[in-house]
Design a protein around this ligand. Structure first.
Ligand code: TYM
Length: 337
């Protein structure tokens, strides 16, 4: 990436290497990234530091981080065009996060829905990392002078806080940070659980039938969609009162790029069985080539290693530029070279 030369706007986004990578992650985030990669200078991070707010098995976390980076490429992100790297390889994330912690209020963090949800789930381990998680996320974004952050709907509140923290800092020290805008697609920003369609599809769902993993076997994907919870009615309509059916139509629209209206027309008069079959077919056709590329890439250790190294260095270079500026502004002694 050559941000200065090309003068394109900057995109930053990331996924946690926690659990499997779901169809929700793909449709809400990664698939949109592939559409934006030509028009922006993009950084796509594997946010492994965020993952340890919940206990992780070290070997598994390392494997999942690598699989996720490999999946970014398999999903169509070009490593020549985008900076794809591990968050833990760029220490500026942690350093800026500390500084921004000092510009974030306890009250703001207490209001975060995700903190409330996660601490309710992990009663035995409500650590301060879980609490200050959104500050690290703000640091991720602000470090790169990001203009746009493509995410699913569940990250909206965190993004608003990142804007708030950046603006607060700028108001004290001058224009240090670019204030980022969220990019939340109209369709696909909230893919719901296949088993409980009023809840979002989540990689931490205890019931694997609730989510589709990008690496699920093709027959498993078909079966999960076949078993998706709908309702006792028979008619396909797109409504909040039919969350299961709505979710299936959303998935179909998001994958095919067809408008919701056109999808509704297509399925009107057809039964739920047919709807599920067509959705399953669309999902399988979308994921089959991604899975094939993923398996090929996995065999190519040197290629991935070289991307990790090169992109990590570029990210370090860009992040350090902002970090030094911030350190100077807050009054840390200048480094003697
Ligand atoms: P994470 O890892 O939970 O999810 C990664 C991305 O997937 C989106 N997503 C969904 N979209 C639609 N439907 C769903 N069911 C669904 N589930 C997840 C998320 O909105 C997200 O875009 N805190 C972030 C990671 C992060 C980050 C960042 C993102 C850390 N630093 C800086 C953007 C910028 C998270 O936990 O995402």
């Amino acid at each position: 990436m050559n941000a200065q030369a090309e003068n394109k706007k900057i995109i930053f986004s990331g996924v946690q290497p926690t659990g499997v990578i779901t169809l929700g992650n793909y449709l809400g985030a990664i698939k949109n990234w592939t559409k934006l990669q030509d028009d922006y200078n993009c950084l796509f991070c594997v946010v492994d530091m965020h993952s340890i707010t919940v206990r992780q098995d070290p070997a598994l976390l390392r494997k999942r981080a690598r699989d996720l980076l490999t999946m970014y490429i398999a999903a169509g992100l070009d490593p020549e065009k985008n900076i794809m790297y591990y968050q833990s390889h760029v220490s500026a994330h942690a350093e800026l996060s500390w500084i921004l912690n000092c510009f974030t209020y306890m009250g703001e963090l207490s209001r975060m829905t995700q903190f409330k949800e996660k601490s309710a789930k992990n009663g035995a381990n409500i650590n301060s990392g879980l609490f200050t998680y959104p500050v690290l996320m703000a640091a991720d974004i602000l470090l790169y002078q990001t203009d746009l952050v493509p995410v699913g709907h569940d990250q909206k509140q965190h993004l608003e806080l990142a804007r708030e923290i950046g603006t607060r800092f700028n108001n004290i020290y001058g224009d240090v940070f670019t204030i980022p805008e969220p990019y939340i697609a109209k369709v696909g920003a909230k893919i719901m659980s296949l088993q409980e369609p009023t809840k979002k599809m989540s990689k931490s769902d205890e019931n694997p039938n609730g989510y589709i993993s990008l690496l699920d076997d093709i027959n498993v994907i078909k079966n999960k969609i076949k078993r998706a919870v709908t309702d006792s009615d028979r008619e396909v309509t797109y409504s909040e009162h039919k969350p299961g059916v709505k979710n299936l139509i959303d998935i179909y629209a998001c994958i095919t790029g067809e408008s919701i209206e056109s999808c509704v027309d297509r399925f009107t008069g057809k039964g739920y069985g047919e709807l599920k079959l067509e959705v399953a077919e669309a999902v399988v056709e979308e994921l089959r080539p991604v899975q094939e590329r993923f398996k090929d890439l996995q065999k190519n250790k040197d290629y991935i290693d070289q991307i990790v190294k090169k992109n990590g260095e570029t990210a370090n270079y860009l992040a350090t530029k902002t970090l030094r500026k911030v350190q100077k502004k807050v009054g840390f002694p200048v480094r003697i070279r």
